[in-house]
Design a protein around this ligand. Structure first.
Ligand SMILES: *Cc1c(COP(=O)(O)O)cnc(C)c1O
Length: 394
């Protein structure tokens, strides 16, 4: 339409390919569009609304906080921030928390922390951070430089120096992990955007061993895999490892924007006063949402129940993969599930929407399924019935 000069320019930049529906309401596992049509939402706002939409336990606390104080900056103590930090420390292998507002910002904090740690303990030139091909760590220049996907980096050169990408799940390539200037690795334990690909436990073991031997920080990006998504509060627990730094965001606030890193004390201590900051980071409303979310995740049996549903869905999807040869593989962990398909994953996603089911893609040929952890067996049956119809129609 660029030749038509009378065409009004859209006021929003076109960075997103949006689906042609407008969502105006959500509760639990369902959302409604502006015509009143109801959808089963197995995207959870991209692994964010892990307790379902507008969960009562979070809503009540946030509404109370909205009556009290919205913002005061980090020049003052914030009780909900202190409580949330304590809860995260109590339920992880980390000792101290820094709060920000998003996943990319959490990774920025992790990258800066690693560099600061290295400058103190190894010297200024030991700044190299190793990440992995097909990873996704965010869209800011720092986190994009960490992201091992050329197509996302196209046109944004010069990127931040000091990153090296190794092939994911490749044991042989680990021989090249340590260079004289390497200070940290950053990895996803299930690559989310990169195609719902779990890290091989043996590969992770070897990676950790090399890092331990060479005083290289292990930083895990749990922005998508954290907050109960894969069947434990954090996915690193299932690998029997203790990372030095954990970045989280998406599910932390049940949909209220918040991010954080949790780090071991000997690493965190290099972030002294004035080294890093964020105006909104750890804001009273956001940390109230985070605290209510984490309290519910650790005190209720929602994660435990989500594991049963995850097995049920995995079984159902595996059966479907035997029925339809368009499905090449079923993979993932907990309620972060992927279907590798022949053809374009987006075609199935679009067809599913016609049947009132919302799902996602993760790359060109992977369908990504992210139910809320609170989803019921009845909803899972509804999902399996629809997805069966979708494959039958293709
Ligand atoms: C979503 C995501 C990010 C980026 O988070 P934003 O909040 O969009 O900045 C980083 N890492 C992983 C693994 C993610 O899934």
């Amino acid at each position: 339409m660029s030749e038509n000069i009378s065409t009004q320019v859209e006021p929003i930049m076109s960075t997103y390919n949006r689906f042609p529906i407008t969502l105006t309401k959500g509760k639990g596992s369902f959302v409604w569009d502006d015509s009143g049509k109801k959808y089963l939402d197995y995207t959870s706002g991209i692994a964010t609304c892990n307790l379902g939409h507008v969960p009562d336990v979070v809503q009540e606390q946030v509404e109370k906080q909205l009556q009290q104080l919205w913002h005061c900056s980090n020049l003052y103590h914030i009780p909900s921030q202190q409580k949330l930090a304590a809860k995260l420390v109590e339920n992880s292998c980390g000792d101290q928390v820094f709060f920000c507002n998003s996943g990319a910002e959490a990774n920025e904090a992790a990258l800066k922390l690693a560099r600061k740690y290295a400058s103190k303990h190894k010297g200024e030139d030991s700044a190299e951070i190793v990440t992995f091909t097909n990873s996704f760590h965010g869209r800011t220049l720092g986190s994009l430089s960490a992201t091992g996907q050329e197509k996302l980096q196209q046109g944004f050169a010069p990127l931040l120096p000091g990153f090296r990408y190794l092939p994911f799940n490749d044991e042989k390539a680990l021989e090249q992990l340590v260079q004289s200037n390497t200070c940290a690795v950053l990895l996803e334990l299930v690559q989310g955007e990169g195609g719902v690909l779990p890290a091989d436990p043996h590969w992770v073991d070897q990676l950790i061993e090399i890092c331990k031997k060479n005083d290289i920080l292990v930083m895990v990006d749990e922005i998508q895999t954290g907050m109960g998504r894969t069947g434990t509060l954090f996915t690193y627990e299932q690998y029997g490892i203790e990372p030095d730094v954990i970045s989280i965001a998406k599910g932390l606030g049940s949909g209220i924007p918040i991010g954080a890193i949790i780090a071991k004390e000997h690493v965190a201590e290099v972030f002294g006063p004035g080294t890093h900051g964020s105006t909104f980071g750890g804001n009273p409303v956001a940390t109230t949402a985070g605290l209510a979310t984490v309290n519910h995740l650790v005190e209720s049996n929602v994660i435990k129940q989500s594991k049963d549903i995850a097995s049920y869905l995995l079984e159902g999807l595996t059966k479907l993969s035997e029925k339809y040869n368009q499905i090449e593989a079923v993979r993932g962990k907990g309620l972060l599930l992927g279907l590798v398909v022949k053809g374009n994953a987006i075609d199935y996603v679009n067809e599913a929407r016609e049947h009132n089911l919302l799902i996602l893609v993760a790359g060109p040929n992977v369908i990504r399924i992210l139910p809320p952890l609170t989803t019921t067996k009845e909803e899972a049956d509804q999902f399996l019935e629809i997805i069966d119809k979708v494959f039958a129609s293709k």
